[in-house]
Design a protein around this ligand. Structure first.
Ligand SMILES: Nc1nc2c(ncn2[C@@H]2O[C@H](COP(=O)(O)OP(=O)(O)OP(=O)(O)O)[C@@H](O)[C@H]2O)c(=O)[nH]1
Ligand SMILES: [Mg+2]
Length: 442
């Protein structure tokens, strides 16, 4: 790709007419500069993020530089080129795939004449629009305030250094900024207190659940991999699934009855991961991600049709490590098999992957199951693998070890005429679980 490649694309998603037309920009810093985050030459993910935030991408720009320009992130020539594009497309906004500083943002807005946002701001915006539960809303507000606070602090020290410039362009004066900062700090403290309260309630619920000896299974994976679709297919629920990034923000838990075992497990659908996830957001969502960290088994869902599957899996592993979930047994689920060409599809319905062990131990073998959550291929095999994972679990986690029926699985007859995932079979969960309410709405 040339250093000044520019392409236009009309969005296939037929955005609503009031959608903001957006120009997408990514900068290739080569291998020398890792500090600015990874580079995606296609900008496809940024386009999906923009669409998920309600924008309509109208053009994509790739620039190539040795290092970010201090004032404009891209060079001034490139900025002029983007400005022409803004005018040609009558764009409303310019979105950068990498994080830009507050000063760069201000300068760019001045040059381009339209609001500028970066990936972090976009992700925060989507999270804010999607949060449903009380806890989810608190978490997003916390992350946004923290993002804002660092911007204000940085802007403040920036202005302080060039004293005399303060207020010249009608920006907030020093006193105002100090006031804003104090208000933000107060608000952050209030929200943290509220979150603590909500989370205390939740951990009491969780303890009650683990005392019941329920085996906990959590879906994890890159955003848009198909977790919610798989969740719905397994428990016949109707959780929101959509071709959007971060369609799911709140954890939903339901009971999954496994006929082969004659036992139920709890299955949780969780928030998706994404590369360069803003750190503050990971922190704010730690409690939600805790659901994954406390699981007895992780179903790591992968979009097998994605050209960047390996990167996405690595990113998920990185976040799992960060939340202390790296050592939890996994089943890898290669989803969306229906999208693969005949000759790309695996010959076997499942296989085993050798993966390096964590904590210095030897490698672990991880079962990999090929499924399509849309047409149901491979789901029976997946259920079987969940049962086998239960049997491998230590006795105190393994309901089959406590239940004599589990020792003779074949002798346990299916219940005639009963849909084995129906509400009637929610026996193993306490009454506050199992309903299709997001658990965090308690
Ligand atoms: N063709 C095909 N599409 C699928 C399959 N599974 C999911 N999808 C589609 O992929 C898109 C994302 O699915 P979701 O279930 O919302 O993905 P998710 O992992 O829950 O995404 P987030 O909640 O946004 O992190 C939707 O458009 C689904 O219809 C599959 O097996 N085959
Ligand atoms: Mg989802």
């Amino acid at each position: 790709m040339s250093s000044s490649s520019t392409s236009s694309s009309s969005s296939p998603a037929t955005p609503p007419s009031e959608a903001a037309r957006a120009i997408l920009v990514g900068v290739d810093f080569g291998r020398s500069n890792k500090s600015v985050g990874s580079f995606d030459p296609t900008l496809d993910e940024l386009a999906l993020l923009a669409e998920s935030a309600g924008d309509a991408p109208v053009a994509r720009v790739i620039a190539r530089r040795q290092a970010p320009d201090a004032a404009l992130f891209v060079g001034s020539g490139k900025a002029d080129e983007i400005k022409l594009l803004v005018q040609a497309h009558q764009a409303h906004t310019v979105l950068f795939d990498q994080a830009i500083s507050p000063a760069q943002q201000r300068n760019l807005e001045r040059v381009l004449g339209v609001p500028v946002a970066d990936r972090t701001a976009l992700i925060l915006e989507i999270f804010a629009a999607r949060a449903q539960s009380h806890e989810g809303k608190l978490q997003v507000e916390l992350a946004r305030l923290q993002y804002l606070a660092t911007r204000l602090v940085r802007r403040w020290s920036h202005l302080e250094r060039q004293s005399g410039g303060i207020g010249m362009r009608g920006g907030p004066g020093e006193a105002q900024i100090e006031l804003d900062r104090r208000m933000i700090d107060d608000r952050i403290k209030t929200i943290k207190d509220k979150l603590k309260k909500v989370q205390r309630q939740r951990s009491t619920q969780q303890r009650a659940r683990s005392r019941n000896g329920v085996f906990r299974v959590s879906l994890v994976g890159y955003t848009n991999a198909g977790k919610s679709t798989l969740f719905n297919a397994l428990v016949k629920a109707r959780t929101y699934a959509a071709d959007q990034l971060f369609a799911t923000l709140d954890t939903t838990t339901r009971s999954l009855y496994l006929e082969q075992a004659g036992a139920s497990v709890s299955l949780s659908d969780t928030v998706g991961f994404i590369r360069d996830l803003p750190h503050k957001l990971v922190e704010a969502f730690r409690a939600t991600l805790q659901e994954a960290a406390d699981a007895d088994l992780l179903l790591h869902v992968v979009d097998a049709a994605s050209p960047v599957l390996d990167e996405q899996m690595l990113e998920v592993e990185r976040v799992l490590e960060e939340i202390g979930a790296a050592d939890i047994p996994q089943i890898l689920i290669y989803n969306k098999q229906d999208l693969l060409e005949e000759d790309q599809r695996p010959r076997e319905a499942m296989d085993w992957l050798e993966r390096p062990g964590h904590g210095g131990g030897g490698g672990v073998r991880v079962p990999r199951v090929f499924v399509s959550s849309l047409d149901g291929t491979g789901l029976d095999l997946l259920r079987e693998q969940i049962v086998l994972a239960m049997q491998r679990a230590p006795g105190d986690l393994n309901p089959l070890a406590q239940d004599p029926r589990g020792l003779k699985i074949q002798d346990f007859p299916p219940v005639d005429g009963v849909d084995f995932e129906s509400e009637a079979n929610l026996g193993a969960l306490s009454s506050d679980e199992g309903a299709d309410l997001p658990k965090t709405q308690a």
